[in-house]
Design a protein around this ligand. Sequence first.
Ligand code: MLT
Length: 260
Amino acid sequence: MKLYYEKRGSGPAILFGHGFPFDHTMWRAQLDGLSGDFTVITPDFRGMGQSPASGEKVTTMPDLADDLSALLDQLGIEKCAYCGLSMGGYVGLEFWRRHADRLSALILCDTNARCDSPEGAAKRLATAEKLEAEKTCVFMVDSMKQNLMTPATLADAENPLGVFAAYRKMVTENNPLGVASVARGMAQRSDFSEAVRQISVPTLVLTGEQDVLSPPSAMSALAETIPGAQFASIPDAAHLAPMEQPAQLNIEIQRFLEEI
Ligand code: MLT
């Protein structure tokens, strides 16, 4: 599966995996801010953004991790750091399990290592049905927004250059069939709560201080289970921390990658 991607800069490679139901544009500030020192690669996952969908009813996290490995082959990159937000973090854990030899460092951003509860999985399947029936992702803009951004970002919704506008564009323009397929894949993802104890690459765990989906308490607990992992929380940011506080996030990523 060929992925759409942007690639900029030179030096050690860092691959960014976006969240759900977003696309590579959520990492624009990381592409701009980090490509002076790194080769920054921001793909769209299969069926999302500008990457084609497979047409399968279910796109699993292993499918998405294997697509990343194929992209590295295509780019002639043997090994890279990987930074994933939320669903991108689920993919990152699969990438570690399936392609550990290609991973030089792992950054888990506003995510978790657990699988869905039966209720959570059922909700996702219902969302997938709705996406297929309505053939649009537009309803997700409002249904998800409260959990994703700070009150300050939400209050800035009418600013055409703001974070909310970028969020709305990503979700509205996403491919409902691709998004539905990935939602089903997330519903059946593996639980990594115990497996993360085996991670042996340098790991940084980041979260927005106001993230209600991946709160700092849960993210610091995750960091404690990963040998040697570092943890930082980003002030004035929620789940979309890389978009809400890009400068701070970039400082944390740069510091971490230069230290290891
Ligand atoms: C994301 O931002 O990728 C989602 O919150 C992930 C999820 O729905 O579990």
